[in-house]
Design a protein. Structure first.
Ligand SMILES: [Zn+2]
Length: 347
C-alpha cells in the first residue's frame, strides 16, 4: 500500500500534470496575440511588454500593487442577503454564486483593505472582475459602504477601483439601490474632509459608472480601459450613428474632461502617492481648525516644486466645474431608455 501511495501515485500525478504546465507558463496577449512568459507578465504587473496592453488584475493583485510593501489588512465584510429574489435564468443565481466563489476564493466581487499608501492612511475598495463580471449587488454595495465608513473612522483617504460590468441583474431593484447608497457613502467621505479617489480600470460600465465611479475628487484611469454607461453597440443602435474611434476608452474620456489623468500601471502607485500627499492634511487637525488648508499646500511645494504644481493644476480644475454639468446631461439623456439592455450587455 505504502509503495503504491508513496511511489506510484506521485509518478502518475507527475505524468498527468505535465500537460498543465505549458498553459501556466505562457499567456497570450488578448490585444496583440504575442505569447508572454508568465514570469515576465507577473513582473510587469500584467502589462503586455510588446503592445503595452493592460490586462485585468484581480482585486488581490490590485491591493498588492498599491499598498506600501504590498501589505494591507482586509476588512471583514458583513454577511448580506443571498439571492433575495430567488432569481433564475439558465441557472439559479445561487448556483452562479457558488461557482464564482469556488473559482475566485472570494465571497463577492469586492475586497476592501486598509493600510498605508505612501505613508498615508488609506482604505481601498477594489473590484474583482472575475466574480460575475464585477457586478454590483447588495454585498458589493455593503462592502463599499463599509470601506467609506472605515475611511471616515480612520481619517484615511478612500480609494475606489471599479472593474465592473454594472449592476447585478440577478438582484434586480436591490442592485440598483446600491447606486444611491454608494453615492451617499462617497458624500460621507467628502463631508469628513477626506479625499475620495477613483481609479477607473477596464471595464467600468453600467450602474457603477452611473454612481460612485464618476464622483472622485481625482479620477485616474488605466490606459485603454473601457469606461462608459451603455455599450457601444447599444448606443449605435439607439442613435443610429457610427461612434468615433476610441470612444469610451480612458484616453477619449481624458480628452473630453471626464478623467483627470490616464496613468500607466507602472506609474500608478507613485501617482497615487503624490495625489494623496497633496490632498491629505498632515497629521495635525486637532491642534488648529483653520490652517490645515495652508499646511497641506506648503510641504507639497517644497518637496517637488515643478512636477507637483503641474499635476495639481492638471487635475484639480478639470474634476469639478467644467465636466460635471455636461456629462450629467449627456448620461441621463442617452441612457435612460435602456438601462436593462446595458446591464445585459455588461453581463
Ligand atoms: Zn500585447
Amino acid at each position: 500500500m505504502s509503495w503504491l501511495t508513496n511511489y506510484v501515485r506521485p509518478k502518475i500525478r507527475a505524468l498527468v500534470s505535465k500537460s498543465d504546465v505549458p498553459d501556466n507558463l505562457w499567456t497570450k496577449c488578448s490585444n496583440c496575440g504575442q505569447m508572454i512568459f508568465h514570469r515576465d507578465l507577473t513582473a510587469g504587473n500584467k502589462v503586455c511588454p510588446n503592445c503595452d496592453h493592460h490586462m485585468r488584475l484581480t482585486a488581490e493583485e490590485r491591493l498588492k500593487l498599491l499598498f506600501d510593501g504590498g501589505t494591507y489588512e482586509l476588512l471583514e465584510l458583513a454577511e448580506t442577503v443571498q439571492d433575495p429574489l430567488r432569481f433564475r435564468d439558465q441557472q439559479r443565481y445561487t448556483e452562479r454564486l457558488k461557482k464564482a466563489r469556488s473559482a475566485t476564493g472570494l465571497n463577492d466581487a469586492i475586497q476592501v483593505a486598509v493600510g498605508e499608501i505612501g505613508g498615508q492612511s488609506a482604505v481601498v475598495a477594489a473590484f474583482d472582475f472575475r466574480f460575475m463580471g464585477g457586478s454590483m449587488g447588495v454585498a458589493v454595495g455593503e462592502g463599499f459602504i463599509a470601506g467609506a465608513r472605515a475611511a471616515v473612522e480612520r481619517k484615511a483617504a478612500f480609494i475606489a477601483i471599479p472593474a465592473s460590468g454594472g449592476a447585478r441583474m440577478q438582484e434586480g431593484i436591490l442592485s440598483l439601490m446600491q447606486m444611491p447608497r454608494t453615492v451617499i457613502a462617497v458624500e460621507m467621505v467628502k463631508d469628513a474632509g477626506l479625499p475620495y479617489i477613483v481609479i477607473l480600470t477596464d471595464p467600468t460600465t453600467g450602474g457603477v459608472t452611473a454612481s460612485f465611479a464618476m464622483l472622485g475628487d481625482v479620477t485616474l484611469a488605466e490606459p485603454g480601459a473601457v469606461i462608459g454607461f451603455a455599450g457601444t453597440r447599444v448606443i449605435e443602435e439607439t442613435i443610429r450613428e457610427t461612434l468615433p474611434a476610441g470612444f469610451q476608452r480612458a484616453e477619449y474620456l481624458h480628452e473630453h474632461g471626464m478623467v483627470d489623468m490616464v496613468v500607466p500601471r507602472k506609474a500608478l502607485r507613485a501617482t497615487l502617492c503624490r495625489v494623496l500627499d497633496l490632498l491629505m492634511v498632515p497629521q495635525a487637525p486637532e491642534a488648529t481648525e483653520e490652517p490645515p488648508a495652508e499646511t497641506a499646500a506648503e510641504p507639497a511645494e517644497s518637496e517637488a516644486p515643478d512636477e507637483v504644481a503641474e499635476e495639481a493644476s492638471d487635475t484639480a480644475p478639470k474634476a469639478a466645474p467644467e465636466t460635471a454639468p455636461e456629462t450629467a446631461g449627456e448620461t441621463t439623456g442617452e441612457t435612460a431608455p435602456e438601462p436593462e439592455d446595458s446591464q445585459r450587455a455588461a453581463q
